[in-house]
Design a protein around this ligand. Sequence first.
Ligand code: SF4
Length: 330
Amino acid sequence: MSHSSHLLDVQQLKTYFYLFDGVARAVDDVSFYLDRGEVLGVVGESGCGKSVTAQSIMRLIPDPPGRILSGRITFDGLDLVQLSMEQMRGIRGKRIAMIFQEPMTSLNPVFTVGDQVAEMFRLHEHCSRHESLERAVEMLARVQVPAPEKRVHEYPHQLSGGMRQRVMIAMALACQPQILIADEPTTALDVTVQAQILDLMTRLKHEIDTAIMMITHDLGVIAEMARRVVVMYAGKVVEEADTASIFNHPRHPYTRGLLKSMPRIGDRAEKKRRRLSEIQGMVPGLLALPEGCRFHPRCPDAMAVCRRQLPALELLEPHHKVRCWLYLSA
Ligand code: SF4
């Protein structure tokens, strides 16, 4: 039994992949927490370790080639890293649920959506077939799927992308989990549907009091939903603060770059659009991480020390941590 005042407490997590060409340090000494009922944003470009962090929490890392090397993931007094797969099955889906970017990859094309939502009630709450289907209809109504009595009999390919994501949310929230991990849940949707899904998640969060870990590369989603933000880069946390501080006083050059690349209201014409390539270069490959600060090849403020030594994640002011030599002495 581990003790933490937080609902979820990730401490010094390392998840590596042992590949033919070398070791990919996808999550490298990552710590953060999530409190009851809060929305935490985890932000960064693709390849920064956000999704591998989520898969580690769910114990969904394919082993081999992946492995949780060290660290603790404390959830409600349990260290998830130490649980057997059997024990994890009792938690996954019921107490910690997850939704993904593309519902088609998580929904089974050969079963009706009603069957798939009902399965959650059969599996985790041992409801009868009839009762679980009735509850599936209720759940689809709750996520605002129109005509749910009819839709339960339809297959995933008969629904739009937005409707499929609603079905995924219905499945994820069916058992009223304490934590919902949402991995880029709106990225594949158009802007209007995206706003509807975020509104729906906010409403359900209040109804069910689920804490949400919102993984995204989109700071607009963070502004809309999150109370606190963890910024990840190349397997490391580089900044952590409340959402207002991240937007009003970003400290890490990577966070500043992400904010500059956000489209602004009024940037309608294509030529006025702010380039997403505002941050020069690419996230480094995990098999070839640079020495020192992992952001230094892209950083406009890089100094000599940045190329030699990795800065520690330090508390700059209450609740605001940054990993950058601009704020530390070597
Ligand atoms: Fe840039 Fe140096 Fe800070 Fe890294 S440590 S973000 S290279 S200034």
